[in-house]
Design a protein around this ligand. Structure first.
Ligand code: FES
Length: 173
């Protein structure tokens, strides 16, 4: 007759499986927060940042209705690195003296626009989109006016945010 303290092979196998399962569950429970911390930057939206565009006094010297293309370099954290994203700002002074800061990307499929002095229009080289000096569509397939960059003026300096006014996606560009 077998001793009562001896376990049958099937009971031993079952206990081993239960212990293995518990160990695996504990390991997963410990790993989830660590993995989340490591991977979370991959799923974050692009940072919203401000970059200096120039002195307000200089920008106010722009000729009315004559666009000035100004490069801006946004430094944004993406994942684990900080990247520099070059963008173009089209600064336009209206006849009333107000300043506008448009994106140079066509609102059809994003091609870069050129200002054609002779026609007094922004022209898109891709599909013939046309915008007037204040960003309104005046020809071609673009579905909406030019996007305007969010901007602010602090202590006489103009700053641009990597975000458009009325951007349906509330995220950096
Ligand atoms: S991308 Fe400008 S008209 Fe198509």
């Amino acid at each position: 007759m077998a001793k009562s303290s001896e376990e049958s092979p099937s009971r031993r196998t079952f206990m081993t499986a239960v212990i293995g399962l518990i160990t695996a569950l504990v390991a997963v429970a410990l790993a989830i927060p660590i993995l989340g911390e490591i991977l979370s930057p991959l799923f974050k939206q692009r940072d919203i940042v401000w970059e200096e565009l120039g002195k307000q006094s200089d920008l106010e010297k722009i000729e009315p209705l004559s666009p000035k293309f100004i490069p801006v370099y946004f430094k944004v954290r993406e994942g684990w690195t900080v990247n520099t994203l070059p963008r173009q700002v089209i600064a336009v002074k209206d006849v009333d003296g107000s300043l506008h800061f448009f994106s140079n990307q066509c609102t059809h499929l994003g091609c870069p626009l050129h200002w054609i002095v002779a026609r007094q229009k922004f022209m898109c080289p891709c599909h013939g989109g046309m915008f007037n000096i204040l960003g309104k569509v005046v020809g071609g397939p673009p579905p909406r006016p030019l996007f305007e960059w969010v901007h602010k003026i602090e202590n006489g300096t103009v700053f641009i945010q990597n975000k458009f006014l009325n951007n349906p996606k509330d995220r950096g560009i």
